[in-house]
Structures are given as structure tokens and as C-alpha cells.
Design a protein around this ligand. Structure first.
Ligand code: GLU
Length: 476
């Protein structure tokens, strides 16, 4: 989108949007303005230009790493590859990371990185060269390390890039026993944790499912409790959108529309997400999926009738020009910053419940935290206790069988005896984090009679960071 167009839909910079939300929340606090200013601002901004040889030419690559807050270390946050990357965007996303971590009780400060490239138009070899060179630039300025700043995947990056980052870091720091913890989102064979790939999407599912259990909230938007049968639209079929869609589909949600860059597809009876992905792989597009209607302008899909709308792609997709036309009762922000402040106000007046990004998409960083812990402890989660709990369960079962004089079927035994594998521990840790996070912000909203979940979420996060600063004191 051109700068001119961007301005038309949004009269603030992206960072101003977050400041606006921050200020709304901080009105509920009586804290010294200086401290609030410190929390709001980005601690370190590193802008890099480096040369890379692409074919016979030398290209200058623009890249960033921003550490928003050092109140807890390491800093944490993804790295995105996109032609839209700019300083304002990366600063904003790094700030969101700080608040996200505070809400889900992950002991990190926020950070974000970005490289201004279009990975879809580049060879894998060139992406690898750029990723390795970027990592070297971070090492040079001490902007990466297990206790300093730990990147992860984001828009346009994934396991492969994280692997290259780790490999580059460990070759520069040979013998660093904790080197694996310098980056998360790695493949399982390279120190990654099971369940990281789908974590953000699964977290979105857990968060929305929890909201749908709340009788009062559902009555407010005129819906029944429970997720089953709810009509859902997902915008963006990247890692987050795809996994969120799969979990909603698996647990009884009806995916009525899916939107991608090239357009959207609609079927009021529901789309089978896995079939759509197969179709996408075979034809290169989600359009013309059998039994569905094509929607040429992908933005129009956001305005279709549904119960739950999940924007899972990029920022600012719901703005003052289309907010009036949104028909959803609930919007779950799987993407970072998909709603501008102006749109936020319009949607709130329409009585739509918005589940904010700084809570809802925190599943990714939560499981990144589990990966970081695994890397630092050098042992797979569950390795020490799996067999022990299976043996204990077997003994317990035997006692129950003898006391009750009843045989338990082999099928039942299989379920009861099972010790927790790494994936079970990761998923239960994530589920617990998302459910308790939801209630922390919902309870705060109720007790202070705050208008919306976003302000409550910001307030919760700010309170926590303030507490951290107050206990640490300010270094002279
Ligand atoms: N990029 C993800 C986010 O925006 C994950 C960050 C992480 O795992 O550190 O939350």
C-alpha cells in the first residue's frame, strides 16, 4: 500500500496507535508520568544497511532489530521478512511484544526484527545469505544471545531461517553450551520444541473458545455459549491463520470464508480447511475451490456475515473506512495490530467484542519460552518423568482393580497409563496460560468497569511492568 493510501485509512503512525491504547489504559493508574514515558518508549533501535551479492549485483539490504524493553531480559520477539518493513512498524511490534509477554507471564522484554525483502521473489540461497549476514550484524552489536535477545519466526520467516540463525551464532561462539537458546522456533531436530509451529494458532483457538464459554459475554453479543456451530471467517492462511482455522474446524466451528492475498472463498455451509490447503498446493490459489464462491476483492471477505472474524495476516486491515461494514459479533486479533484506533472505536460502538492481539496471539511467545527453557536445561520436556508417571499410574490402576474387583479395559488402560510426552506438556502449558490470561484481563475489565478487553489488557501489562521497575529501581 502506498504511503498516501496508508495515511488515508489511518491518521496516526502505527507506533502512535499503540501509544493511544497505552494512554487510554494508563488513565486508570496514578503513576509518575516519567515512568509511563519510559515504559512506552523503545529502549534500543538498531537500523542496519548491509550489502549482499545477488547474482552479479550488489544489493543493499535494509534491516532492523528493536528492543522495546529491558525491564526483563532477554528481550524476545520475531523477525519478519516483508517489503513493508520499516522502523515504525518494527518499533510498534516490539512494544506489543513487551505487553504480550507481561500478560502471559513470560519473563522477557519485548523485541522485534525485520528485513525489508520479498522472500517469495528470492531464491532460498539468497534468503540464507541474507539471514546469516543479518545474524552476524546482530552479533557484532550484541543484539542476540540466550540472555540478551532471542529472535523467533514472524511474518515471512519460519523454522529454516531460525536454524540458519542458530548455526551462524554457534559458529561465531564455539563452545557456548547455551547457544541453542539464542533463537526459538527451530526445527525439533535442531533443538526446537514440539508444538511451537502451531502454538500461535492454537492459542488463538483456546482464547476464543474460553470467551465463547462466558454466558454473560455471549448474551451481550446475542450468541449462545460454546464454539460449536459458530460461523467463522479467517483472513490469512499463513502459519497462524492456517493452524487457527484447523483447530476451529476440528472442534466444531464452521469456517464460512477464508481470505488470502489473491481473493477469498465463501461457503455458508462451511469449508474444509485441509481440503482448501490441498487445493492451494495443487493450483497455487485458494480461488475456485469446489463448492465455494469466489470473492475477488479479498478485503470484502472481512465484511461478510459471521459470528467470529479472525484477522490473521497484517496490521491495519480494519480501518475507519470499512469498520462500519463489519458484521462479526466477535473479532479475535490473531495478527498484530489488525484494527486501527479509529476502527476500534467504531466497532466498540457497534457492540462487537474485540479480543486483543497482546493477549490472543501470545501463544507463540509462550511456547517459545518453553523452547528456551528446554534449550537451557538441555533436556526434552518430560524425559525424566514420563516413565515414572506411567509406572505410578499402573500401580494405582492395579490397586483400583483389586479394591473394586473390576477389570479396566485395555482401551481405557491406554489412556489412563500414559505419561506426558513433550507435546502433551507444551499443549497443557499453553492451554493453561491462555485460559488464565483471558480471565486475568476479563476480571480486571469487570472489576474496574473498563469498556473493553484491549484497555484492560494494556492496564494489566502496564501494572506488571511498573511493578518490575519499582522493585528494580532506576539505575543512576
Ligand atoms: N512472532 C511471534 C509474535 O509476534 C512470536 C515471537 C516469539 O516467539 O518470540 O508473537
Amino acid at each position: 500500500m502506498s504511503k498516501k493510501n496508508q495515511n488515508k485509512i489511518n491518521s496516526y503512525s502505527f507506533f502512535n496507535c499503540i501509544e493511544k491504547n497505552f494512554d487510554k489504559a494508563s488513565r486508570y493508574l496514578s503513576i509518575e508520568q516519567g515512568l509511563l514515558n519510559q515504559i512506552k518508549s523503545c529502549n534500543s533501535v538498531y537500523r542496519i544497511h548491509f550489502p549482499v551479492k545477488i547474482g552479479k549485483n550488489i544489493e543493499v539490504i535494509e534491516a532492523y532489530r528493536v528492543q522495546h524493553s529491558h525491564h526483563k531480559l532477554p528481550c524476545k520477539g520475531g523477525i519478519r521478512y516483508s517489503t513493508k518493513v520499516n522502523q515504525d512498524e518494527i518499533m510498534t511490534l516490539s512494544a506489543l511484544m513487551t505487553y504480550k509477554c507481561a500478560i502471559v507471564d513470560v519473563p522477557f522484554g519485548g523485541a522485534k526484527g525485520g528485513i525489508k525483502i520479498d522472500p517469495q521473489k528470492m531464491s532460498e540461497e539468497n534468503i540464507e545469505t541474507i539471514t546469516r549476514r543479518y545474524t552476524l550484524e546482530l552479533i557484532k552489536k550484541n543484539f542476540i544471545g540466550p540472555g540478551i535477545d532471542v529472535p523467533a519466526p514472524d511474518y515471512g520467516t519460519g523454522e529454516k531461517e531460525m536454524s540458519w540463525i542458530f548455526d551462524t551464532f554457534s559458529s561465531i561462539r564455539p563452545g557456548d553450551i547455551d547457544a541453542l537458546a539464542c533463537v526459538t522456533g527451530k526445527p525439533v531436530s535442531q533443538g526446537g520444541v514440539r508444538g511451537r509451529k502451531e502454538a500461535t494458532g492454537l492459542g488463538v483457538f483456546y482464547g476464543i473458545r474460553e470467551l465463547c464459554q462466558m454466558k454473560e459475554d455471549m448474551a451481550y453479543v446475542g450468541l449462545n455459549t460454546g464454539l460449536i456451530g459458530k460461523k467463522i471467517i479467517i483472513q490469512g492462511l499463513g502459519n497462524v491463520g492456517y493452524h487457527a482455522a484447523s483447530f476451529f474446524h476440528q472442534y466444531g466451528g464452521i469456517i464460512v470464508a477464508l481470505a488470502e492475498r489473491e481473493g477469498a472463498i465463501y461457503n455458508k455451509k462451511g469449508l474444509d480447511v485441509h481440503e482448501v490447503i490441498l487445493h492451494l498446493k495443487n493450483t497455487g490459489s485458494i480461488l475456485n475451490f469446489p463448492g465455494s464462491k469466489n470473492i475477488k476483492n479479498t478485503e470484502n471477505a472481512l465484511e461478510l456475515e459471521c459470528d467470529i472474524l479472525i484477522p490473521a495476516a497484517l496490521e491495519n486491515v480494519i480501518h475507519k473506512r470499512n469498520a462500519h461494514r463489519i458484521q462479526a459479533k466477535i473479532i479475535g486479533e490473531a495478527a498484530n495490530g489488525p484494527i486501527t484506533p479509529e476502527a476500534d472505536e467504531i466497532l466498540e460502538k457497534k457492540g462487537i467484542i474485540i479480543v486483543p492481539d497482546i493477549y490472543l496471539n501470545a501463544g507463540g511467545v509462550t511456547v517459545s519460552y518453553f523452547e528456551w527453557l528446554k534449550n537451557l536445561s538441555h533436556v526434552r520436556h518430560g524425559r525424566m518423568e514420563k516413565r515414572f508417571s506411567e509406572n505410578m499410574n499402573a500401580e494405582l490402576l492395579q490397586v483400583i482393580e483389586t479394591t473394586c474387583n473390576k477389570k479396566i479395559s485395555n482401551e481405557e488402560k491406554k489412556i489412563i497409563l500414559r505419561g506426558a510426552r513433550e507435546i502433551d506438556l507444551v499443549r497443557s502449558g499453553l492451554e493453561d496460560t491462555m485460559i488464565s490470561g483471558f480471565h486475568k484481563i476479563r476480571d480486571l475489565k469487570k472489576s474496574l468497569k473498563i469498556d473493553n478487553l484491549r484497555t484492560a489488557a494494556f492496564l494489566f501489562a502496564i501494572n506488571k511492568i511498573v511493578d518490575s521497575y519499582e522493585k528494580l529501581g532506576i539505575f543512576p
